[in-house]
Design a protein around this ligand. Sequence first.
Ligand code: PEP
Length: 254
Amino acid sequence: MRKKFIAGNWKMNLNKAEATALAAGLHEKCGQLDQVEIGVCPPFVYLSDVIGTLSDSNITVGAQDVYFEGNGAFTGEISVAMLKDISCPLVLVGHSERRHVLGESDALINQKLLASLAGGLDAILCIGELLQERENDQMETVLERQLKLGLASVTKEQMAKVTIAYEPVWAIGTGKVATTEQAQAAHAFCRKVLADIYDNALAQTVRIQYGGSVKPGNAAELMSNPDVDGVLVGGASLKVEDFVGIIEAGLTTV
Ligand code: PEP
């Protein structure tokens, strides 16, 4: 029922030639696949080039962030309308680096999510606990808070446009991947919170991706968990072979 969604977050990496070459390589190897959904999130300045390269493919292009105001004196920020204007259909909100390096709060992330949905973008809401929070047995409290505050005022109808990415911060870019049991338990918990906020029927329709050191070698095991509906990939999304390997792993689980 839930189509697996495999998305790459290129973060602040690559130059224009590398970004378009990566997009072209993905287009060639898996641009026409439709058993799984594929997305890539390049840096803002390469969005138009990558959108152009992938225009006749099934690969979705997303931004890594967006600002919630419509326009005005917000130097350095990018609006939802600007993303729509360049035909960018998707955005990441609340990535752990935005939360923990750039200091974004749940309230700001919620404003960004609401503006994105109101403006017609699909969104991936990223959540996840720090190592210290996991060690202090606070994982569930943190995930519940991030979901409840992040999704505040998001309607049931709008949830059709939202994917959740569970990304334990201790697993992002560290090479430490959550065990399959840890991932499944966290995803099942997130689905329970979604059922509390909305209802069980709706919770069953929401895709929850896992993120954190996903590689071709661990992707199939992660995605074979019943509540893991795809992956959000950082480092391994920067090489065609690695990202294609993850997509192929995903295909074995559908
Ligand atoms: C991410 O940036 O969302 C991520 C999960 O990074 P990595 O795959 O490199 O851990």
